[in-house]
Design a protein. Structure first.
Length: 383
């Protein structure tokens, strides 16, 4: 029996990204592993979803005042207290001290998001200090980790090319999406969603955040170009925690005379987002950078045709199920939107291919491959 520490400090009831990974990994490991002992570290400030309860799972709620304090002081003490054999970290940085076998999971390297935050100039002092801390510790953490799990081959290549990590040190394990993302049961549900947003003849869907990588202005411009070529007018629905006024998108929409055509829903919880994916004519996501894209996978699982970027991990996630475009090519994106909406046969083929593609991604597979990596680490004697 091994004693394994698992970082679940981002886990929360409404979390995304890291939280989704941590939650589903815990559930998957609980299902497959009754032998090893797990200490699962939670942030007591977060409201956690329901977690599996069994004898070999121990949940430890920690008060975490600052990221640096957690990494460099609290975590090393917990490693000693619980006599961990492995510590599975799901953030970017590891503690300077500690003899435990470190396993580091990375969605992506932090370079892009830090550079973009610096360009915007809206970062708080704490965010700037946090970015400096990550930048200073990231290379060290890659060296200290005994093995690294990358969320995609794109992230693996970034680690090798930009940080010189040996290929033999990296394992690629694709995440998956929650089982709530699925196709609609009947046509009435799809019609209800369209009626709710007054998108009676259909809509194009895009999920956006405050992150510039989402490339939302390009989506709006491409949509404006596509509108005259569509047989029926379609709404553009933008979902997510983005403020159209603060982001300047409202100004762009007025400039393009799209005030009656673009709808911002704000942040939506799982069930409402599922319905939006299900009823969309097409999901558009020309992101500049993704270590792994949950949104594209979720949309495919709900039967939405996909138009996405030809960069980073997105071709890996989509496979041959979607249309790939250059994220800077407004005309190319516009043409792809028109093509999908006007060709119902293509639309149906893309829906079916997307659903089939999502079967490749499974949390059970994630848990099993992670267990295999734990076993590999336990067999090693280089600590």
């Amino acid at each position: 029996m091994a004693i394994i520490g698992l970082d679940a400090t981002y886990l929360s009831i409404h979390g995304k990204g890291q939280s989704v990974y941590q939650y589903n990994l815990v559930k998957g490991l609980a299902k497959l592993d009754k032998k090893n002992c797990y200490y699962i570290f939670l942030n007591k400030k977060n409201i956690s979803p329901s977690l599996p309860q069994q004898e070999n799972l121990h949940y430890v709620k920690i008060g975490i005042p600052k990221r640096t304090i957690w990494d460099q002081f609290q975590l090393p003490l917990l490693n000693l207290k619980y006599k961990l054999d492995i510590y599975h970290c799901t953030l970017d940085t590891l503690p300077l001290l500690g003899k435990v076998k470190f396993l580091l999971f990375l969605f992506e390297i932090p370079d892009y998001r830090i550079k973009q935050a610096q360009k915007t100039g809206y970062s708080s002092l704490y965010t700037k200090l946090s970015h400096r801390y990550i930048t200073a510790l990231f290379s060290f953490s890659l060296k200290k980790a005994h093995l690294i799990i990358a969320s995609s081959h794109s992230t693996k290549q970034d680690l090798m090319q930009k940080y010189g990590v040996a290929e033999g040190k990296i394992r690629v394990v694709y995440p998956a999406c929650d089982e709530c993302f699925c196709v609609a049961n009947n046509e009435e549900d799809l019609l209800d969603t369209k009626n709710k947003y007054k998108a009676y003849t259909g809509y194009i869907l895009h999920v956006a955040t405050t992150d510039p990588r989402d490339n939302t202005p390009t989506v709006i411009r491409a949509y404006q170009e596509a509108l005259p070529e569509l047989p029926h007018p379609k709404k553009l629905i933008i979902c997510g925690n983005i403020d159209p006024k603060k982001s300047g998108l409202n100004k762009l929409i007025v400039e393009l005379n799209l005030e009656d055509d673009v709808i911002f829903t704000g942040y939506l919880l799982g069930g409402d987002l599922v319905k939006l994916y299900q009823a969309a004519d097409v999901y558009v996501d020309p992101s500049f950078y993704e270590g792994f894209s949950f949104q594209v996978l979720e949309a495919m699982a709900c039967g939405s045709p996909i138009i996405t970027s030809n960069l980073t991990s997105l071709p890996e996630v989509v496979g041959d199920a979607g249309i790939l475009v250059n994220p800077t090519d407004i005309r190319g994106l516009s043409s792809a939107i028109v093509r999908v909406i006007t060709d119902l046969g293509l639309q149906q083929t893309m829906r079916q291919k997307g659903i089939e593609r999502t079967r490749f991604f499974s949390w059970d597979k994630v848990a099993q491959e992670t267990l295999d990596i734990y076993d590999e680490l336990l067999r090693r004697s280089d600590v």
